[in-house]
Design a protein around this ligand. Structure first.
Ligand code: FPP
Length: 257
């Protein structure tokens, strides 16, 4: 194993923490939980928590990109989140729409490609428009890919794939099935991180996380940022990934590109 030298301050900090830059996860997926509790603890509105959640996502993306993470998926709005009060749902939609417009230029400057996963077509027209515009304007960026999972449900994604298979009259094996998911070219996340101490997947990447390492962080999402990301990657690297084989064995990663 060759120790890779640091190329920037985030990598420098990673090396100081003992992270091996040659063994980074390619894809990190984030369940951004605890915006409401973060706000409540400070006597702020839940929407102020979501606005802070946007800033935390920006900080985490910058760190992930500098660290060398290729894919970062963020669970921004679940298919179940529509059950929240109307005022909160419309406030979150506003945060998402504004984030899409405000961040596009900076994504381009940082060579970050933004992609969307979920039943985007069911979101409010104005929000869809801004998201699609961000996606189109960053489509030629070749650095880190930021995948926003919005109106996303893991079971819905599987049902949508089954519908496609039926429509096309396909009989599928695991590889064919994967090709029917929302973003088939994106490799499975090696690491799924959830903030705010909850220990659940909550319908996130149900198919793709079959072999993911789960890291649960105590802090609420607005406090995650670069430090939370580095601590999560370190914990991931301390795990023994066996994929159904035995410890220390050379095992194939099943179902990965
Ligand atoms: C969880 O906190 C967060 C959400 C339900 C989604 C909102 C996320 C953001 C606004 C972050 C930015 C996202 C984008 C796409 C720009 P919670 O409300 O469940 O917190 P709680 O469990 O403390 O109530």
């Amino acid at each position: 194993m060759t120790a890779r030298p640091a190329g920037n301050p985030v990598q420098e900090r990673a090396l100081q923490l003992g992270i091996d830059l040659a063994r980074l996860p390619v894809h990190v997926a984030l369940i951004m939980d605890g915006n409401g509790r973060w706000a409540q603890d400070r006597g702020l509105s839940r929407l102020a928590g979501h606005a802070e959640g946007h800033l935390a996502l920006r900080a985490t993306l910058v760190a992930a990109s500098e660290l060398g993470i290729r894919y970062l998926t963020a669970y921004g709005f679940s298919a179940e989140n529509w059950r929240r009060p109307d005022q909160e749902v419309s406030g979150i939609m506003e945060v998402i729409a504004n984030a899409a417009s405000e961040e596009t230029q900076s994504l381009i400057e940082n060579n970050v490609r933004a992609r969307l996963s979920g039943r985007i077509h069911e979101m409010p027209a104005e929000v869809q428009e801004r998201l699609r515009s961000m996606e189109a304007q960053t489509s030629n960026c070749t650095g880190t890919q930021l995948i926003l999972a919005l109106n996303y449900g893991g079971r819905a994604e599987i049902v949508d794939a089954v519908r496609l298979a039926v429509e096309r009259g396909l009989s599928v094996d695991e590889d064919d099935f994967r090709s029917l998911l929302y973003l088939p070219d994106v490799p499975d996340p090696e690491l799924v991180v959830r903030t705010s101490g909850e220990v659940r997947l909550s319908n996130f990447l149900v198919w793709q996380s079959a072999y993911s390492e789960l890291v649960i962080r105590k802090e609420n999402w607005p406090e995650f940022g670069a430090d939370g990301l580095l601590a999560s990657v370190l914990e991931y690297q301390q795990r023994d990934r066996r994929f159904g084989g035995l410890s220390g064995e050379e095992t194939e990663r099943p179902g990965l590109l």
